[in-house]
Design a protein around this ligand. Structure first.
Ligand code: IPE
Ligand code: IPE
Ligand code: MG
Length: 228
């Protein structure tokens, strides 16, 4: 029997890879590689403890400002891990959904992303992976879809249903590693009432225990949603 977890949807801002590498006098890319391994462990851990929806921020619409060699290294990692995750995570009843704007990606990458989504589409648990994801761009994309459908007036539900994350409820808990007190354009719409947990732990150092700590802290929070 699967454990019941108080958190239905957890989201991670996987920050701190560069600093983790710097501490080891290694290039930033080394930190991203370590971060990719941590991603697999943490995501699996979340499903093991009964979380149904996991969302991760891997590359933002602002990360294009980084040096080209770092961007290239990151996309090389995505490219390698896409099929690897489909194999390892997709086989654990996880539906992989890429969130973000992929229109400018190479045909090969787009096809492989689509294949993974297709292959895992009947699985029950959800993993949203943010690549070229930005909260503002996502809202614009949703509104443009609604305009194209001919809507002249929209509701909050219309927007929620047209976001990239439409298969998941709003996140209960957003965890940011690397200690920065900001959301950096992540899940702007969906995070209206999410609890935020910020840890100085750098992403590659993140362990199941740190997830437990975040969830324990979450359980102490009083979610009022504007009420009393
Ligand atoms: C997060 O780690 C990964 C991405 C944004 C792609 P960073 O690369 O931002 O690491 P720091 O914040 O510089 O340590
Ligand atoms: C946020 O981290 C984006 C991801 C983790 C993918 P950044 O390192 O890009 O955020 P800022 O620049 O510190 O706000
Ligand atoms: Mg960072």
């Amino acid at each position: 029997m699967e454990t019941v977890c108080p958190v239905k949807h957890i989201a991670f801002i996987m920050d701190g890879n560069g600093r983790w590498a710097k501490k080891r006098l290694m290039p930033r890319e080394f930190g991203h590689k370590a971060g990719a391994e941590t991603f697999e462990n943490i995501v699996n851990y979340c499903y093991d403890i009964g979380v149904q929806h996991v969302t991760v921020y891997a590359f933002s619409t602002e990360n294009w400002k980084r040096p080209q060699h770092e961007i290239d290294a990151l996309f090389k990692l995505f490219s390698y891990y896409i099929d690897h995750y489909a194999e390892k995570i997709g086989n654990r009843n996880v539906r992989i959904v890429f969130i973000g704007d992929r229109t400018g990606f190479s045909e090969d990458l787009k096809n492989r992303m689509q294949n993974v989504e297709e292959k895992t589409k009947n699985n029950g648990r959800i993993l949203n992976i943010g690549i070229n994801y930005g909260g503002r761009a996502e809202i614009c994309h949703a509104v443009n879809k609604l305009i194209a459908e001919g809507k002249t007036e929209i509701t909050e539900e219309d927007i929620s249903e047209n976001l990239y994350t439409s298969l998941s409820p709003d996140p209960d808990l957003i965890v940011r590693t690397g200690g920065e007190y900001r959301t950096s354009n992540f899940l702007m719409w969906q995070s209206a009432y999410s609890e935020l947990y910020i840890t100085d732990t750098l992403w590659p150092d993140m362990k199941g225990d740190d997830v437990d700590k975040a969830i324990t802290e979450f359980m102490r929070r009083n979610r009022r949603y504007g009420g009393l």
